[in-house]
Design a protein around this ligand. Structure first.
Ligand code: URA
Length: 239
């Protein structure tokens, strides 16, 4: 979001620090400052990056984007059952407005590279077909590859059950008897699992390793760890 004047009470609430009604108390106690001065009231209009709480600047006052190494067994949305990814982030972030959401989803049994942001425009940029940001998955299969998968996936004719359009051409690089890397140029529900299921195989492990040029290994993030990043820097790294 762009830097703009906002009421102090609104800033504290939208960044997840607490309720608007708490702000007068924080001012009285001297915990809140604006440009080093005690603010006159909770409704004073200020820039969020001029505010300090307990002598510390506010956390990402104008937008938050993170690169995250999603663990297995966690879910991206509250509509799904299971431990939600937001539990790996500071508790305050859950109350931020606009809310954080993942860029696309990884299913519960998929680990790897996930972007989480409160920036709707960035989310749209990263998922829009116009920008064709590829996603690469390391796949482990139940049965050995038969040899025709790369051709079928590249053909642009593979129909998945319940879909009305064939999958866009995708590139498969075989890395072992039961393992391969698959590069997709779209994001459908459980797409990798369904693509292999359409060929009679079963995915037993799935990890997203890249989004565009950005690779998980270049980030040095342990499972469950994240790093914050500026929007333009992220776009550059994804390419
Ligand atoms: N394809 C899947 O099957 N699952 C994911 O999480 C991502 C792509």
């Amino acid at each position: 979001m762009t830097r703009k004047l906002e009421r102090l009470e609104k800033i504290m609430s939208r960044l997840g620090y607490g309720a608007r009604r708490d702000v007068p108390f924080w001012i009285r106690e001297g915990w809140l400052t604006v440009n080093g001065e005690k603010p006159k009231s909770a409704s004073v209009k200020v820039f969020a990056d001029e505010v300090e709480l307990d002598g510390k600047p506010l956390d990402h006052p104008f937008g938050l984007t993170v690169i995250y190494h999603k663990p297995l067994g966690t879910v991206c949305s509250r509509k799904e059952e299971g431990r939600i990814i937001f539990e790996d982030f500071p508790e305050r972030w859950i109350d931020r407005k606009p809310p954080l959401s993942s860029v696309g989803r990884l299913d519960k049994d998929t680990s790897g590279l996930l972007i989480v942001t409160d920036d709707g425009q960035l989310n749209h940029y990263l998922t829009s077909p116009k920008h064709n940001i590829s996603k690469t998955y390391a796949v482990t299969l139940d049965s050995p590859l038969t040899g025709n998968e790369a051709e079928v996936f590249a053909s642009g004719t593979l129909m998945l059950e319940a879909d009305d359009k064939p999958c866009l051409p995708a590139e498969l690089m075989v890395t072992g008897e039961n393992t391969a890397n698959l590069v997709l140029h779209e994001g459908r529900y459980h797409q990798v699992r369904r693509m292999f299921a359409a060929l009679g195989n079963h995915v037993v492990a799935l990890e997203r390793t890249h989004m565009g040029k950005l690779s998980l290994t270049s980030l040095n993030l342990q499972v469950g760890e994240y790093q914050t990043i500026e929007v333009e820097a992220l776009k550059q790294r994804i390419g």
